[in-house]
Design a protein. Structure first.
Length: 223
């Protein structure tokens, strides 16, 4: 799809850079050969009223078996009826938070990343929402909360830190929009901001533990 006049150039730069080279995050977490559980997420960015951008983030239901309570992007399994990961990401975003697929400009799909706890190969789909509509919790079985979180908040060095866990886990973290963002979602945001050239220097020696209310059983068992 052709870029709209409002679409920030950095979104296209992310896709172009991923296509030209293999960033470390995507090579490190590449799915094993023969992975059969396929999913997709929609990284949906849109304009704010003051000329900035925001991104749609959800808090998953605490009743889910996989990643309960964690902050995520709208998304889910690629169904046999889907044309592919892009179709799946758009469908899931509509089913979970009410995003109309036709209102989204698809910038591109990035290489799939492997989530070990759920054995899922997840394709991140980058999208732009030129005229954002309402986001809401459509399916409370899947989503507990949805927010449009400002990009400048996520880029604020004072809101960034390294998330740690007794298992030895270390990864990027953000606290913005009233959400504690870690794990796969934080990894993807960190990678996109780096590829876009937006990342501001931040203190990666500042460490914070994973809050108990967003710990999955898989992480608890690794402590």
């Amino acid at each position: 799809m052709a870029a709209s006049n409002s679409r920030p150039e950095w979104l296209d730069r992310v896709v172009a850079t991923v296509e030209a080279e293999e960033p470390e995050a995507f090579s490190t977490f590449a799915p094993p050969e023969g992975a059969t559980k396929l999913s997709a997420v929609l990284m949906l960015f849109g304009p704010t009223g003051d000329g900035g951008e925001d991104v749609v983030l959800t808090a998953r239901s605490r009743h889910l078996r996989a990643h309960p309570g964690q902050v995520s992007f709208p998304g889910g399994r690629v169904d046999p009826t889907d044309a592919g990961p892009i179709d799946a990401a758009l469908r899931e975003a509509e089913e979970e938070v009410g995003v109309v697929p036709a209102s989204v400009e698809v910038v591109g799909a990035m290489p799939p990343l492997y989530l070990t706890p759920s054995a899922n190969a997840v394709t991140p789909v980058l999208g732009w929402w030129p005229e954002p509509g309402e986001v809401r919790v459509v399916d409370p079985r899947e989503v507990e909360r949805v927010e449009r979180v400002r990009v400048d908040e996520l880029l604020d060095p004072g809101r960034r830190f390294t998330v740690t866990h007794p298992s030895g886990y270390r990864g990027p973290g953000f606290e913005a929009g009233g959400l504690f963002v870690w794990g796969f979602t934080a990894l993807l945001l960190n990678a996109v901001f780096d590829l876009a050239g937006l990342t501001q220097p931040w203190d990666d020696t500042l460490e914070r533990p994973i809050p108990e209310h967003v710990l999955s059983e898989w992480m608890r068992n690794r402590a």
